[in-house]
Design a protein around this ligand. Structure first.
Ligand code: ADP
Length: 368
């Protein structure tokens, strides 16, 4: 059995990284501000003196390297943060060197801060891509809107944004006088996506710190509530358990997360990973949706279970997660969301729209 990855093991590994100013290791030098672990993904915050970023870039890389060798580490991101009392000061000017070097008298880990003008934040997650998470996000958002809530949609998928297509482009977001971004307006909802802001493919080369910065900037720098308070911000997360997800849970308090999965085994295993990450970070899991649950032939209406059926419901029950409902695999769902008008808006009386509306009603009860 794999031994558990702990903060202590990470700090021990960081104990081998030398701080160029103090000549001692970065832990003893008090330069490690925070260590967070979620499902094998490690985030380290390295405190530096302003102006020393260039020298400290090597240290940052060494931290990444030292920790990536540990068993159980899937990825590691060390991010530099500048403080005037940072670790660039000689040790004599600092508090007592700490035995563990972490968490004693230093800044506490970031506390999520509510976003003004937004009553609720709901994240839509999946373990892997292509399971219909974005399709679910836009249709649930449209359903909330039809049920009377004022809705915003935030596409947090920095590497593969798709909300600008699924809701229709809606023009370029404008900048306000105080340098904030005005979200675009689509189908009566506010929306912002990386796809609105950077040319296609640009963000695919971004590294962790840039992704973290982009998510934080988009969360705090968008005038979501310019025309009145939003009842809900629906956040379409990237697939998996990486920087964007962790940044979101650390930056804003979430009312909950919904996990989308197809009924297949492989998608379910990945969905379980997403579930484990949110459990570890203390995010309420409001439930699981089985997408592409059963195939309905658009010509004859016959049902066939291409990807199996009922797998997500079973996984939800086994993990004590509420099961929220099933969405079939149907051509209409694909064509309408890919054309920029989700089926809930294009065909509000269809059975598919009713399935989304039913799930949205259930979620509204869970987020009074
Ligand atoms: P993800 O966000 O998980 O990567 P998307 O929402 O982008 O997945 O969906 C991938 C593709 O599958 C899109 O072309 C979308 O239109 C299609 N799709 C998603 N859900 C359904 C469904 N229930 N029926 C038919 N097509 C679907």
């Amino acid at each position: 059995m794999l031994k558990k990855l702990t903060k202590k093991k990470i700090l021990d590994a960081l104990g081998g990284v030398v701080h160029p100013k103090t000549g001692k290791d970065v832990v003893i030098s008090g330069a490690i501000d925070d260590v967070a672990i979620a499902d094998g993904v490690v985030h380290i915050t390295l405190m530096i003196d302003p102006g020393t970023a260039e020298i400290m870039e090597g240290v940052r890389k060494n931290c990444d390297m030292a920790v990536s060798k540990l068993t159980g580490v899937k990825s590691v991101r060390t991010v530099m943060t500048a403080h005037s009392d940072g670790a660039g000061s000689p040790p004599a000017a600092k508090k007592q060197p700490q035995k563990s070097g972490f968490g004693h008298g230093r800044r506490p880990p970031p506390t999520p801060q509510a976003l003004p003008g937004i009553k609720r934040i709901l994240a839509i997650a999946s373990g892997k891509g292509g399971v219909g998470k974005s399709t679910t996000s836009v249709n649930l958002a449209a359903a909330f809107s039809q049920l009377g809530w004022k809705v915003g949609v935030f596409d947090c998928d920095i590497y593969g944004p798709s909300i600008q297509c699924m809701l229709g482009p809606g023009g370029q977001p404008e900048q306000t006088k105080d340098k904030k971004i005005r979200p675009v307006e689509r189908h009566g909802m506010k929306a912002i996506s990386m796809g609105h802001l950077v040319p296609e493919g640009t963000a695919t080369v971004w590294r962790g710190p840039m992704v973290i910065g982009a998510v934080q900037q988009l969360l705090g720098g968008v005038t979501w509530a310019q025309d009145g308070e939003l009842d809900i911000l629906v956040v379409d997360l990237p697939p998996g358990t990486g920087d964007a997800q962790l940044t979101l849970v650390q930056t804003v308090p979430l009312n909950g997360v919904v996990i989308v999965s197809t009924p297949q085994d492989i998608a379910l295993i990945d969905a379980k990973k997403a579930h484990d990450m949110f459990t570890k970070t203390g995010t309420p899991i409001l439930g699981m949706i089985e997408n592409m649950s059963t195939f309905i032939c658009p010509s004859c209406g016959e049902r066939s279970d291409i990807f199996g059926h009922g797998g997500a419901r079973k996984t939800a029950e086994e993990n004590d997660i509420p099961f929220l409902g099933e969405i079939p695999l149907h051509l209409d769902i694909r064509t309408h969301s890919d054309d920029g008008t989700p089926i809930v808006i294009a065909k509000p009386d269809s059975d598919h729209a009713k399935a989304y509306l039913g799930i949205a009603k259930g979620l509204m009860e869970k987020m009074p």
